[in-house]
Write a protein that binds this ligand. Structure first.
Ligand SMILES: Nc1ncnc2c1ncn2[C@@H]1O[C@H](COP(=O)(O)OP(=O)(O)OP(=O)(O)O)[C@@H](O)[C@H]1O
Length: 562
């Protein structure tokens, strides 16, 4: 990061005022989260929300060398000489001293791409060094991450920080990989000091007493992307995991929650990980959006579903021309795996664009790792993805983010956007919605100033039509569309009949289907669309239905399925 970028980033982070009101208020579509929050852990009394500290970030950012009395010389040398970090990012400046010296528990909020990972790894690694425990004393630091890719990235960053201290070992525990190998790694003779894990796989491992035992001396517990982990999808696993760990008050372990977005439920559940006197440290000034104001955010509103894909292609072509093909590195976010496959197919068949790849939860783990690594290394490429890459992933040099259709919620929009303009770099964003979806930029994202854009999509429409006509998985795409928008139907003010009518328009106009794709009866039931008019209901198929007759699949669409 250059000096002027650092100056800019410092100017942005001036948390001198306490936030007023609730800038993170969730859209109305989040009732399930609300219910889940209220169910909470009955035994635990939620703490009253803690007001954010007013920590003014000085105009001259501290240097890492200013911490030489608190940091191990080898660790400091790695930061300055190997990683070439000189000044601290605002979140590091705001947290490191307190985390290192006072070992406070904290809930920390800072914009995407501003160095939160180092802010939690550094104090935790220093604790590991300070404790100087004999080998085989068990895991000192546990970091929990919502996605596998983010867990791998954090593990890499931890290994980078430990390159001059090779006696300390980092392991990962993530789904989709060989569990036995992970187990051997965690329990190996020379020990595992740092474990980075996703919740489901970690809980699986905790069925093994030996692994549970390896947490007996846990010094630090971190939840990265804390608001996601304390959300409905992960809460139950998380509570079970925490029950398997030593009691937090007795063990005196340090707890840290980090995220760019801190939704209200985070403060309600922070006590699961943090001690009662924890500090809330925010480097986002009151009233300021949690996103980088310098990222130009273009909004394209199209009239019909048929215009979405041509508008996507035209926007990508125009941005690619603006940035230059050699530097154009874009992530295209789609609402579901099937829509990501569809958009990927289209973009792969448009000449003149950088190579496109696709990533979502239904891609095999080995492929996910390969695609992630290739995209990280690429100087020019397109990655079509679902929210599996929305949070935390640090792909260098992403010039553009495209969001096609509604994100799951406001936080998802912010985290997706945060894949560009990281660590002081420039970035651009395009958000494409249809008229019925335009409530989202207008109301849910009302704090954001969008620039209206009108890409010339009429000229690409015939080419897109030819590609779409050849696309085979139309039924699957239709079903995924229906499942996703069913979840947003209330916000769109659609009845079930209207939802189906819009889905059918999408099938005919956007997918070029000759007739409404069939949906198995059981799928209609699972989607809660029994009785809705306009569906083409077909009998349940014996087993796997494939893409042929019915829309196939039938698996509920949740975060895990994306
Ligand atoms: N002090 C620093 N100076 C320069 N670069 C830094 C510094 N600290 C971290 N970085 C780099 O900044 C980039 C972004 O950091 P990181 O991924 O930790 O951001 P983040 O705040 O966790 O983002 P997100 O909210 O998206 O998870 C990384 O490439 C990291 O190596």
């Amino acid at each position: 990061m250059d000096a002027s970028a650092l100056q800019k980033s410092r100017r942005r982070a001036n948390p001198s005022k306490k936030p007023k009101g609730n800038p993170n208020k969730r859209p109305k579509t989040d009732e399930p989260r609300e219910q889940n929050r209220n169910q909470g852990n009955a035994a635990a009394v939620p703490l009253a929300p803690v007001a954010p500290l007013s920590i003014p970030v000085p105009s001259d950012s501290m240097r890492f060398t200013d911490l030489k009395n608190l940091l191990d010389p080898l660790l400091l040398k790695t930061i300055t000489d190997d990683l070439k970090f000189d000044h601290m990012m605002p979140v590091q400046e705001a947290t490191l001293h307190e985390l290192l010296e006072k070992r406070i528990d904290c809930l920390a909020q800072a914009k995407t791409g501003t160095g939160k990972t180092v802010a939690f790894l550094l104090p935790a690694i220093q604790t590991l060094i300070n404790k100087n425990k004999p080998r085989g004393s068990g895991i000192s630091l546990l970091v929990i991450s919502p996605t596998r890719e983010l867990a791998m990235q954090i593990a890499k960053e931890a290994s980078n920080l430990l390159q001059r201290l090779p006696q300390f070992k980092v392991s990962i525990a993530i789904g989709g990989t060989n569990k036995d190998k992970e187990e051997r790694d965690i329990l190996r003779g020379d020990g595992c000091d740092i474990l980075i894990a996703t919740p489901g796989r970690l809980y699986d491992h905790l069925g093994n007493q030996q692994i549970t035992q390896s947490f007996r001396n846990l010094d630090t517990l971190v939840l990265d992307e804390a608001d996601r982990l304390l959300d409905m999808g992960f809460m139950e696993d998380l509570k079970k995991i925490i029950r398997c760990l030593p009691d937090k008050e007795k063990s005196k372990r340090q707890g840290m929650l980090f995220s760019a977005t801190i939704a209200p439920h985070v403060q309600q559940f922070a006590h699961l990980v943090l001690a009662s006197g924890y500090k809330f440290i925010s480097t986002i000034p009151a009233g300021e959006a949690q996103i980088h104001q310098r990222v130009p955010q273009l909004l394209v509103t199209v009239e019909s579903w048929a215009q979405v894909v041509p508008a996507m292609v035209a926007s990508i072509q125009s941005e690619c021309k603006l940035i230059g093909p050699a530097e154009f590195k874009a992530i295209v976010f789609a609402p579901t795996a099937a829509l990501a496959d569809f958009y990927h197919d289209v973009l792969s068949n448009i000449s003149g664009l950088p190579q496109a790849s696709v990533l979502h939860a239904r891609v095999s783990q080995s492929r996910r790792t390969k695609v992630t690594n290739e995209f990280r290394e690429a100087s020019s490429a397109i990655l079509v993805a679902t929210d599996v890459v929305a949070r935390g992933l640090d792909f260098p040099g992403v010039s553009n983010v495209f969001q096609i259709g509604l994100p799951a919620d406001k936080e998802s929009y912010i985290h997706r956007l945060g894949r560009t303009a990281r660590a002081g770099k420039e970035g651009r964003s395009v958000f494409i919605v249809t008229e019925p979806e335009s409530f989202f930029p207008r109301h849910v994202l009302k704090a954001i100033t969008f620039e209206t854009a009108n890409p010339d999509f009429a000229s690409v429409a015939p080419q897109v039509e030819t590609i779409v006509n050849k696309y085979e998985a139309k039924g699957k795409t239709y079903q995924a569309w229906l499942g996703f928008y069913k979840a947003h139907a209330r916000a769109m003010r659609w009845s079930d009949d209207q939802l189906v009518a819009e889905a059918n328009k999408f099938a005919i106009e956007a997918l070029g289907c000759g007739e409404i794709p069939g949906l198995e009866r059981k799928t209609v039931g699972k989607m809660g669309l029994k009785g809705a008019r306009g569906l083409n209901i077909v009998a349940n198929l014996p087993q796997k239905s494939g893409g042929g007759r019915g829309a196939g699949g039938g698996r509920a669409k949740g975060p895990a399925a994306r």
